[in-house]
Design a protein around this ligand. Structure first.
Ligand SMILES: Cc1cc2nc3c(=O)[nH]c(=O)nc-3n(C[C@H](O)[C@H](O)[C@H](O)COP(=O)(O)OP(=O)(O)OC[C@H]3O[C@@H](n4cnc5c(N)ncnc54)[C@H](O)[C@@H]3O)c2cc1C
Length: 440
């Protein structure tokens, strides 16, 4: 492999979506083919440089912060193959979920489950263990059935459940630390519609019937509104009914005006006058009940205009009620003024070593703070509660852990370390974040 680099490159400033991670004048490459990915890695190896792939920059942590060479995959985002019969699709790693969803839909197919936005790239999303909600469904990484990865020596390795199995399992949630993912094959399903019921409920009532909500709905989640006894619930169920989406005006009113602009205005007011927040919070649950039916990917993914910082922990599902009640008591006792709801979701277990749901059914508790406000005291308090449940932080969302505090929380931690040592002994794909959470 030549170490001369002919890939389009420039020096650029980079920052993530939330604006809390940035790097100045970084050498940035935009490969358009697998061979160009290999060339970037060979060039970095020949010059003892570290390589970092970035997706859409939607991680809040510095997991995607490049130190020497930034590989921007936005020109590497095409579909390689679709097999409608087997319901699989093979794509280049830089494809955004929004584009992937549209292409799947045109082929009568869909992702089994998704998170609540579609701005991420597929490789970026799986690398941090991105997930949605639904106790019968696992995160996005578990929907991947094969990958091609460019390793530190610039060779390309194919991996799947039948080939290079350990690498496959580890690289599905690999934090970008094992190599550059080139292409991915995803197991998808026939396109489907979701019947949606969005409804405020008393949070105590939600918790009293939590198991029922979680098991009797395909995709259940709720948002507890701090300073109130209310939760906004969302029940999405698969249906054969035809789509009956909200009218364009209702959709704009509810999803754009209320969930983004009006909410953003409340957040701005709250940031300027924090003591007003408990009163402002009372406006949130008044949104009323709504019911509609739409194609799955349009229901799962929403618009996010208001910028914030986020931390999210996966804990054993059975600990959810107790953990959330501890968060509620802590908020009451602490005097924190919080203008963002606390989001609670659920997923099935998987067997991916660094997945947040590795070997356990999981509940996810996510806390947010409006951009520009100090998140540290609140997030630290929540984290200390999650620590008592062997909580696993979302790799792309803020936390204060390191490899010592994390190692015992993942049953297959040692396997990941073994694979990492064998494929990247010189830490070509490390950065400070990876070094901190995985060790050196
Ligand atoms: C508004 C908002 C909403 C969100 N909603 C959810 C949600 O519902 N559920 C959830 O779980 N998370 C959610 N997240 C978190 C988000 O899904 C993850 O942080 C995800 O990793 C971001 O994807 P990205 O494409 O921006 O990747 P980046 O943040 O750019 O990168 C993430 C990691 O992927 C690696 N990577 C990227 N491409 C490659 C490649 N080709 N090869 C190897 N490594 C690669 C990077 O090196 C880095 O380590 C949300 C974030 C935001 C800002």
């Amino acid at each position: 492999m030549t170490t001369e680099i002919e890939v389009e490159n420039r020096t650029k400033n980079w920052s993530n979506w939330a604006g809390n991670q940035s790097v100045k004048r970084i050498c940035q490459y935009m490969p358009k083919s697998e061979v160009e990915l290999q060339r970037v890695v060979a060039f970095a190896a020949a010059n003892s440089l570290r390589v970092k792939a970035v997706g859409s920059g939607h991680s809040f942590t510095s997991v995607a912060l490049a130190e020497d060479v930034l590989v921007d995959l936005s020109n590497y985002d095409e579909v390689v193959a679709v097999d409608r019969q087997a319901k699989t699709i093979t794509v280049q790693s830089g494809i955004q979920l929004s584009k992937l969803n549209e292409i799947l839909s045109q082929n009568g197919l869909a992702m089994q489950n998704l998170g609540d936005i579609a701005y991420q790239t597929i490789a970026g999303a799986i690398s941090t263990s991105t997930h949605g909600t639904g106790i019968k469904f696992s995160g996005l990484a578990n929907q991947i059935i094969a990958m091609r990865v460019v390793l530190a020596d610039a060779t390309v390795v194919e991996c799947s459940a039948a080939l290079n199995v350990d690498l496959f399992n580890c690289a599905r949630v690999g934090l970008g630390a094992l190599g550059l993912i080139s292409t991915l094959t995803i197991q998808v399903v026939a396109a489907f519609n979701l019947k949606v019921i969005e409804e405020p409920m008393r949070v105590d009532d939600v918790l009293a019937k939590l198991d029922h909500h979680v098991t009797s709905n395909d995709h259940f989640e709720f948002f507890w509104v701090p300073h109130t006894g209310w939760a906004l619930t969302k029940r999405n169920n698969r249906t054969d009914q035809p789509a009956q989406p909200m009218s364009r005006i209702s959709n704009w009113y509810s999803k754009t005006l209320m969930e983004n602009y009006a909410f953003g205005a409340l957040c701005m007011l709250g940031r300027a006058k924090p003591a007003f927040i408990p009163k402002l919070a009372k406006a949130l649950p008044s949104s009323g009940r709504s019911e509609y039916c739409d194609v799955s990917y349009k229901v799962f993914a929403s618009k996010r205009i208001v910028r914030f910082y986020e931390m999210e922990y996966a804990i054993p599902r059975e600990a959810c009620e107790e953990a959330l009640n501890r968060v509620r008591r802590m908020v009451e006792d602490s005097g924190f003024f919080l203008n963002f709801p606390v989001e609670v979701r659920f997923t099935a277990p998987d067997e991916i070593p660094l997945s947040t749901a590795s070997n356990r059914e999981s509940a996810y508790i996510a806390v947010h703070i409006y951009k520009g406000m100090n998140f540290v005291p609140y997030f630290k308090e929540v984290e200390s509660i999650m620590n008592s449940y062997q909580g696993r932080p979302h790799w792309g969302k803020l936390h204060f852990q390191n490899s010592h505090s994390l190692a015992s929380r993942y049953p297959q931690w040692d396997l990941f370390q073994k694979v990492r040592n064998s494929v990247d002994p010189n830490r070509r794909f490390a950065n400070q974040y990876v070094q901190n959470v995985l060790g050196d």
